[in-house]
Design a binder for this molecule. Structure first.
Ligand SMILES: Cc1cc2nc3c(=O)[nH]c(=O)nc-3n(C[C@H](O)[C@H](O)[C@H](O)COP(=O)(O)O)c2cc1C
Length: 325
C-alpha cells in the first residue's frame, strides 16, 4: 500500500510546528491554533507504542486532544507522532489510529534519550536498517493515511544516512523531516544542514528541513541553502510561537515592548487553556515554566526576569511577573 493519503500534498514553503515532548500537548496546540493560525501544520509530541497490550482508544484520543479530535481540519493539519521499536505492538496502534480517523501518522526515528534508545526505539532504529525496513513496510501496509517520518542523520555516525532516506522512499513514506544531527551529537554541535541538502538530492518525496531555525532569516536560509520543501521549527518556535505569523506578514523587526506584549498575549491564552483542564496550581506552574524557557532569549537585560520566572514558587507569582513585563 503506497501513497494512499487522502490529504492534499504539503505546499512548498510550509512552516511546521515541531513535536516537543512535554510541550505540544492539547492545551498548547489549542493556544497555537487560536493565536497563530499562520502555522501550516502542527505535531503532537510522541505517543510511545506499548510493548505489551494495547492502549484504550480513549488514551490515544486524549494524546491528540479529545476536543481537537472532533475537528477534521485540525486532524488534517496535525501529524500524530508515535515512538516505537521493533518489539512494540505497532500494528495494533496503527490500526487504532486508522479506526479513530487520524489521517496523518509520523514515525519518530530521532529521539536520542537513553531510556528510549536502550529499548530499541527512536533514533536507535537507524542502527539496523533491515529491521527498520520491515517495520516501515508493515506500518505502510496498515496505514491508509499520510505516512511521514522524522529522522536524525544517524545514530553514531552518518554512514547510512543516504540509505535510510532511500529506504523510507522505497517503503512508501510520503515526506521526511531531517534533523541535521546524529543521535550522538545530541544538541552539542550546530545542526548540519548539508545533510538536509543531501536528502533533497536523493529523495523523491519532499524533505522537511529541521534544526537551528531560530529567527525569520533562518527560515529563508534553510529553504535556499538546502532546497528543502518545508521547514520545521522546535526551540525557535518556543522562543517565538508567533514566528510563522511574523514571517508571513513580513514583520522582521520588533521592539522589546512588542515582544513582551506577545508574551503576555500568549500566556494569557495558554493559562486559560490549562485552567479549562482543571490543572492544579503546581501543574500550571510547571507547564508554564517549561514553555517559557526560551521566550526571553535575545531581549536585552532579560536575565533577571527569566531567573525570577524560573524561581517562582506559585503560578500566581509566575503570572504576576508576566503581567508586569
Ligand atoms: C523539549 C523538546 C522536546 C522534544 N520532543 C520531541 C518529540 O516528541 N518528537 C520529536 O520528533 N522530536 C522532539 N524534539 C526534537 C525537535 O522536534 C527538533 O527536531 C529538534 O529540537 C531540532 O529542532 P530545533 O533546532 O528547531 O529545536 C524535542 C525537542 C525539544 C527541545
Amino acid at each position: 500500500m503506497t501513497n494512499t493519503s487522502p490529504l492534499p500534498s504539503v505546499p512548498y514553503g510550509s512552516l511546521i510546528f515541531a513535536p516537543m515532548e512535554g510541550i505540544t500537548d492539547e492545551a498548547f496546540r489549542k493556544t497555537i491554533l487560536k493565536l497563530y493560525p499562520e502555522w501550516d501544520y502542527l505535531a503532537t509530541d510522541f505517543l510511545r507504542v506499548p510493548s505489551a497490550g494495547r492502549y484504550p482508544l480513549k488514551h490515544i484520543t486524549r494524546h491528540f486532544g479529545a476536543e481537537l479530535s472532533e475537528f477534521d481540519w485540525v486532524k488534517n493539519k496535525t501529524m500524530f507522532q508515535i515512538l516505537t521499536s521493533h518489539r512494540a505492538f505497532t500494528i495494533q496502534m496503527v490500526t487504532d489510529l486508522v479506526s479513530l480517523g487520524y489521517p496523518w501518522l509520523d514515525i519518530n526515528l530521532g529521539c536520542p534519550s537513553n531510556t528510549v534508545t536502550k529499548n530499541g526505539g527512536g533514533s536507535s532504529l537507524l542502527l539496523d536498517l533491515n529491521t527498520l525496513r520491515s517495520l516501515i513496510k508493515n506500518i505502510r501496509e496498515h496505514f491508509t493515511g499520510r505516512l511521514t517520518a522524522k529522522i536524525r542523520t544517524g545514530f553514531h555516525n552518518t554512514l547510512e544516512f543516504e540509505d535510510s532516506i532511500r529506504l523510507l522512499n522505497d517503503e512508501g513514506v510520503e515526506m521526511i523531516t531531517v534533523h541535521g544531527r546524529t543521535r550522538d551529537m545530541m544538541y552539542k554541535v550546530p545542526a548540519e544542514w548539508s545533510y538536509i541538502e543531501k536528502a533533497v538530492k536523493i529523495s523523491k518525496v519532499p524533505i522537511v528541513g529541521n534544526g537551528d531555525v531560530w529567527g525569520l532569516n533562518d527560515i529563508d536560509r534553510m529553504l535556499k541553502e538546502t532546497g528543502c520543501h518545508a521547514v520545521m521549527i522546535a526551540r525557535g518556535a518556543l522562543k517565538a510561537p508567533w514566528i510563522a505569523q511574523d514571517y508571513k506578514s513580513g514583520n522582521f523587526q520588533e521592539s522589546a515592548r512588542e515582544r513582551f506584549d506577545k508574551i503576555q498575549t500568549f500566556f494569557s491564552e495558554y493559562k486559560m487553556q490549562l485552567e479549562k483542564e482543571n490543572i492544579s496550581d503546581r501543574g500550571l506552574l510547571k507547564q508554564s515554566k517549561s514553555v517559557s524557557r526560551y521566550m526571553l532569549d535575545g531581549i536585552e537585560n532579560s536575565e533577571l526576569i527569566r531567573r525570577k520566572l524560573l524561581l517562582s514558587q506559585t503560578a500566581s507569582d509566575f503570572y504576576s511577573i508576566i503581567e508586569n513585563l
